[in-house]
Design a protein around this ligand. Structure first.
Ligand code: NAD
Ligand code: UFG
Length: 338
């Protein structure tokens, strides 16, 4: 069977996607340099699925490493998760972000072209919509420059993919625009484990719940939203992972094309909705204080998920309760295994 190459497969979304791919009977190869993940995750993917796979420890920006993989394996498609993703850090280190994300994707695509592998799935982000002055994001809206170098890497790669497909329509590409991925696998052994103090809401809440941080700072309660706090479309990572399987099926069964889909639930929840649901399902108090707005944050946005539903059959199954329960379950497991 031809294999699916997964770059960044040891990471948060990549590991959950590898589980879904293996459970669906796909054969995979992972490349990761562990810049933001741990080798143990690979063992845990095997433990959950009871399946094995080939792994290359290496940098996907390195042409020789990629050439070795493509030369020695029969690859059908590539899912590209590898990249840096911290918005704030990208402002401090733009070159590192452009090199890792954009040069990495370019090198990967160029090697794919050389080996005539032209099915590609890209991890894009809702950040490419910029600040469009509306709350419900539809794929037909214009791609904007990101609000950070990180965001701009995603916009740039989407534009590159557009040019690539226009130049050669034997490519078959899906770009998936994720909204806010959260939660963890129900086994509790893979999930998101940020290094240092988390920037994102759910990992921060997890650390407050575990007692390693004392309280959550809620960034502003004066937005034009029902309770004044920011509203986002939080999607369970397992639902998101399943979206990649559907995207692969699309590449297997459709005419060549450049397909773009939002992966979100279509529902927005506020910061306080998340805090209250986390407290209720896990029976834990999350102390919080209201502080200034975080620069660059938008008040409210969520996905229009219609296109993914109609063309991929994508539908989220997990609830906000599942998200909060699974996030805490994973955090407890990390604490117990330390
Ligand atoms: P992650 O950091 O957990 O996973 C990325 C993986 O790629 C890590 O295992 C890291 O070690 C690896 N990696 C990074 N640079 C590499 C390189 N040069 N060579 C080989 N491996 C490398 O991130 P994630 O949350 O799983 O995100 C996956 C993708 O989805 C990223 O491209 C990210 O930008 C995108 N995305 C994430 C979110 C989110 O909120 N998590 C939202 C939208 C888009
Ligand atoms: N928030 C807090 N306190 C925190 C962290 C976050 O109140 O400690 C609030 C934010 O103000 C926002 C909401 O929680 O209203 C969600 O914030 P996150 O940082 O979890 O997520 P963002 O929506 O800001 O970030 C996401 C993705 C990025 C992407 C960015 C821009 O994680 O990858 O959207 O689209 F670049």
């Amino acid at each position: 069977m031809k294999k699916i190459l997964v770059t960044g497969g040891a990471g948060y979304i990549g590991s959950h996607t590898c589980v879904e791919l293996l459970n669906a009977g796909r054969e995979i190869i992972i490349i990761d340099n562990f810049s933001n993940s741990k080798p143990k995750t690979l063992d845990n993917i095997k433990k959950i699925t009871n399946k094995d796979f080939k792994f290359y420890e290496g940098d996907y920006t390195n042409r020789e490493t990629l050439e070795e993989i493509f030369k020695n394996n029969d690859i059908d498609a590539v899912i590209n998760f590898a990249g840096y993703k911290a918005v704030g850090e990208s402002v401090q280190k733009p070159l590192e972000y452009y090199i890792n994300n954009v040069t990495g994707a370019l090198t990967l695509l160029d090697v794919m072209k050389k080996y005539n592998v032209k099915k590609f799935i890209f991890s894009s982000s809702a950040t490419i919509y910029g600040n469009p002055g509306t709350t419900k994001y539809v794929e037909s809206m214009e791609i904007k420059r990101g609000t950070s170098p990180y965001g701009t890497t995603k916009s740039m790669i989407e534009i590159i993919l557009d040019d690539l497909y226009k130049s050669d329509n034997t490519w078959n590409i899906v770009s998936l625009r994720y909204f806010n991925p959260v939660g963890a696998h129900s086994s509790g052994i893979i999930g998101e484990e940020p290094q240092g103090i988390p920037n994102n809401l759910m990992p921060y809440i997890q650390k407050v719940a575990s007692g390693s941080l004392s309280e959550l700072s809620v960034f502003g309660d004066d937005y034009d939203t029902p309770d004044g706090t920011g509203v986002r479309d939080y999607i369970h990572v397992v639902d998101l992972a399943k979206g990649h399987l559907l995207a692969l099926n699309k590449l297997d069964t459709s005419d060549n094309g450049l397909y773009i889909y939002n992966l979100g639930t279509g529902t927005g929840y506020s910061v306080l909705d998340i805090v209250k649901t986390f407290e209720k399902v896990n029976n834990i108090k999350i102390p919080y204080k209201i502080v200034e707005r975080r620069p660059g944050d938008l008040a409210c946005y969520y996905a229009d998920p219609t296109k993914a539903r109609e063309e991929l059959g994508f539908k989220t199954e997990k609830t906000l309760e599942d998200i909060c329960r699974d996030s805490w379950n994973y955090q407890k497991n990390i604490l117990n295994s330390d």
